[in-house]
Design a protein around this ligand. Structure first.
Ligand SMILES: [Zn+2]
Length: 287
């Protein structure tokens, strides 16, 4: 299954206003046009296992949420709307961010959960306004995944890579097919010996079983090599349509959250206000 791996960094979302003593007193959010967004690309094809790991982690998280009815409850009893629950990580200490409320002004913000336990744990004092960071993520999804351009570039690069891989796998398929023929003829020989009856049956049978196992392994390896393919423009279309239906408009938070969990592979924030998002997009999903 092919993947497109995209990542981007957002700088200059906000800055601190200082008083005469140099103390930070007020955070100024810059307008969207002043953000500095740096697209970044990683090796185009991600190993299948990594994605499976991510899915397993997601499953474990869902189960945990199910078993803990309080996870989503706010103090007031209403369902909390943490779009990024579990996603952003503190780049200073690697721990999850947590939502906190400022009782004075009613602001909700994400902050380092480890620092929250003790200030000695982590130096990341930064608070990320909930609306701001959530909107940033949704904007990034729109800009990099929904709008034409970025994924197309990634796909183009990936196509070249896949072509190269295909050449290599052609050679490997030939080798494997050769090995397969050898084993098949060995099994034929064993069968003849078995019919002939001059060699002890047990020994022949053990050898045949081993050969049959090797044959199955080879067959699987050949299938894997033959499966290498690049995502097509149609795959991308299907993906975009699905994504649109899940993130655009007034949708419930759980739908948005599940889509974020499936496409945001990693997200990090740091003291300087950098927001880093790694998207991993599976294209050409076979059911
Ligand atoms: Zn931290």
């Amino acid at each position: 299954m092919p993947f497109v791996y995209a990542s981007c960094r957002v700088w200059n979302v906000s800055r601190w206003q200082r008083n005469d003593a140099g103390k930070k007193v007020n955070r100024i959010f810059h307008p969207r046009e002043e953000w500095v967004i740096i697209p970044d690309s990683h090796p185009a094809i991600i190993k299948m296992e990594q994605t499976e790991q991510a899915e397993q982690a997601e499953q474990a998280y869902q189960n945990m949420q199910k078993n803990n009815p309080n996870t989503h409850k706010r103090r007031m009893g209403q369902r909390a709307k943490y779009l990024l629950a579990r996603l952003p990580n503190c780049e200073h200490c690697g721990h999850n961010l947590q939502i906190k409320y400022n009782k004075k002004n009613g602001e909700a913000y994400y902050c380092c959960g480890y620092r929250r336990l003790s200030q000695a744990n982590c130096n990341n004092r930064r608070r990320y306004n909930q609306d701001l960071i959530e909107d940033t993520v949704m904007e990034m999804i729109n800009e990099f995944l929904l709008q034409e351009g970025y994924i197309e570039d990634q796909l183009h690069q990936q196509l070249e890579l896949v072509e190269k891989q295909k050449q290599e796998s052609k050679v490997e398929i030939e080798q494997l097919t050769g090995e397969k023929k050898e084993i098949e003829s060995r099994i034929d020989t064993s069968l003849e010996l078995l019919v002939d009856g001059r060699v002890a049956k047990e020994r022949i049978i053990i050898k045949m079983q081993q050969d049959e196992q090797r044959l199955r392994d080879l067959q699987n390896r050949i299938i894997k090599q033959e499966e290498i393919k690049a995502p097509t423009a149609e795959d991308l279309q299907v993906f975009r349509n699905q994504l649109r239906s899940k993130v655009e408009g007034e949708l419930d938070i759980d739908t948005k959250k599940s889509v974020l969990n499936s496409i945001v592979k990693k997200m990090g924030v740091n003291q300087d206000g950098l927001v880093e998002i790694d998207f991993c997009v599976a294209l050409g999903n076979t059911p």
